[in-house]
Design a protein around this ligand. Sequence first.
Ligand code: CIZ
Ligand code: SF4
Length: 352
Amino acid sequence: TASDPALVERARRAKAALGERVFVLGHHYQRDEVIQFADVTGDSFKLARDAAARPQAEYIVFCGVHFMAESADILTNDDQKVVLPDMAAGCSMADMATFDQVEECWEALQDAGIAETTVPVTYMNSSADIKAFCGRNGGAVCTSSNARRALEWAFSRGEKVLFLPDQHLGRNTAVLEMGLSLDDCVVYNPHRPNGGLTAEQLRRAKMILWKGHCSVHGRFTAECVDEVRERIPGVNVLVHPECRHEVVTKADYVGSTEYIINRLREAPAGSSWAVGTELNLVKRLGQMFPDKNVTFLDKTVCYCSTMNRIDLPHLVWALESLAAGQVVNQITVDPETTRWAKVALDRMLALP
Ligand code: CIZ
Ligand code: SF4
């Protein structure tokens, strides 16, 4: 849908009035109407680093979801203010692992006698206090581009990994990239006593996967892959590792959003691609590469509803408020959480 010209003009003016004082970050899954005002686009990790490389910007307006704005606050300096245009832009996956649940899980591992030999690794898509938990307990953060290296690092330091909060990324990386078997993995369900696992199951497992998933990527099924192959002969199926194991197993290519974009950029003209990731990005890829046939892997429309909460009216409101000297929707992480989350992030940054 085309954006309202009056709102476009207001956003343009407010941004121009702020000049270098504001830096607008746009996640790949954001709406076009928002992306047009982004100074940079990227995945969550790239955006956090881009924010950190802009110390002259007083305000970082993060068009993305809550955990990403938290990471930006952790990685930027103390006097930079990170603003999330709509506070309701959370992430259902990140919400599936709360600090209390993870502490309870750690106690279950202690009771089973395995906490000391388990290294916690959390996906970037988690709240700051989960990252801090990992920092405090000898673990690290990972992204979908470095999950394998993070797991190799973790297995060099311990016998087991507790992987938070996305079971699919954890399983896909362990089984498809590192040669572990499905039997080496167990799923810890925070809604069941002891995670729904016996102490013996915990002791036998190499990968303890948190029962979390992405409500967007988790919706693709193995049947969609079969259907698209029938519908489009010769199609290349390209999916994100947050998809279920059976989907990733059936796909031709799997990788992070940055990988997906690069894969399509390098694809030959005339080739066909069925892409299993968020719909705003897939649509934009179709526009960016009109010489390639880009289709959405599923027939049912599947935006990330929380990403979509950041719309042009919210962005206009945030920019106009800042231009008027009023800081709205600031995301701050307390110093103690920041300190330990940074330890976990720095371990990721130090990966070979
Ligand atoms: O699914 C998401 O939200 C992703 C891939 C985020 C990111 O940029 O890492
Ligand atoms: Fe969270 Fe999935 Fe939305 Fe990403 S796409 S923000 S993981 S719900």
